[in-house]
Write a protein that binds this ligand. Structure first.
Ligand code: SF4
Length: 269
């Protein structure tokens, strides 16, 4: 649903086009270091709360083999430092999740979700890995009000949410935010939001199948984000390149040169 909101066309390319048997060509194939880092971090926190003997991060370093060769060396260093910080700061018995509510799968007739954890008194435990942002308040607000947390809250009938940020930048520490209460009224409102979006996606899905991607609105504002420091290019841009009349949205980018180093900057989101 988040992908659909970002760009309905991107949602189509990412989740539906591959199933048509037609050619499938994202613009960029690469190892996603941030995704890999986040996935391994979720596994570590799950093990911390379910496999109690974890008391020393060094015992986990061996467990990183196979991954350690692929991930950026700076990320590997950060990961080990974060593990140590987590072990020093928290206890598997602190109750933020129980062993049987870690990596908990929830579903309704419309939605499926796997939340990081849930406490016995109904507080969601959501762990994020992130780089430092200028404003922690804004970063926290965005996660606490994200579609993902709303969906978890609705499915788990949660009474609150507890967000954690594990910072990949130095100093590698984990920030555990205070519990933010969630009311029954909020859950009712969020359920309506989620179902409206679900219905919008269904409308696109059930249009004349021959329409294919044409049933999914194009959202060109998100195609190539250019800021002073970087250019972020949608990985599905090459799939949209042939859309008649939209060529001007997808024209080749002019090179963006870093004034200090003289190197071209190109960040793919
Ligand atoms: S290139 Fe633009 S319209 Fe196409 S999927 Fe990406 S963001 Fe959406």
């Amino acid at each position: 649903m988040s992908a659909f909101l970002e760009s309905p066309k991107s949602f189509y390319w990412q989740y539906l086009h591959a199933g048509t048997g037609l050619s499938y060509a994202p613009s960029v194939a690469r190892y996603d270091h941030d995704l890999a880092f986040g996935t391994r971090w979720a596994e570590f926190v799950d093990a911390f709360y379910t496999t109690r003997p974890i008391t020393q991060a060094s015992s986990l370093e061996a467990d990183l083999s196979g991954w350690a060769e692929k991930i950026k060396p700076t990320y590997l260093t950060s990961f080990v430092a974060l593990q140590n910080n987590y072990i020093a700061s928290f206890s598997p018995d602190d109750g933020v999740r129980t062993p049987d509510t870690s990596e908990l799968r929830l579903e309704s007739d419309r939605f499926v979700a796997r939340l990081d954890g849930l406490s016995a008194d109904g507080i969601i435990h959501e762990c994020k890995t992130t780089s430092r942002a200028p404003s922690l308040d804004m970063q926290l607000w965005r996660v606490e009000n994200s579609l993902q947390v709303k969906l978890y809250a609705v499915l788990a009938e949660a009474e609150g949410v507890r967000i954690e940020f594990a910072y990949k930048d130095s100093p590698n520490v984990v920030f555990r935010a205070p519990v933010k209460a969630i009311t029954r009224e909020q859950r009712r409102f969020w359920k309506a939001e989620l179902e409206s979006l679900w219905e919008a996606i269904q409308l696109c899905l059930h249009r004349e199948p021959a329409w294919g991607h044409a049933a999914f609105p194009c959202h060109p504002d998100g195609c190539t984000i250019v800021s002073k420091r970087f250019i972020g290019e949608c990985p599905w841009k090459s799939m949209c390149d042939g859309v008649t009349g939209a060529e001007h949205f997808y024209r080749p980018r002019p090179p963006h040169i870093d004034e200090r180093t003289g190197l071209e900057l190109h960040i793919v989101r």
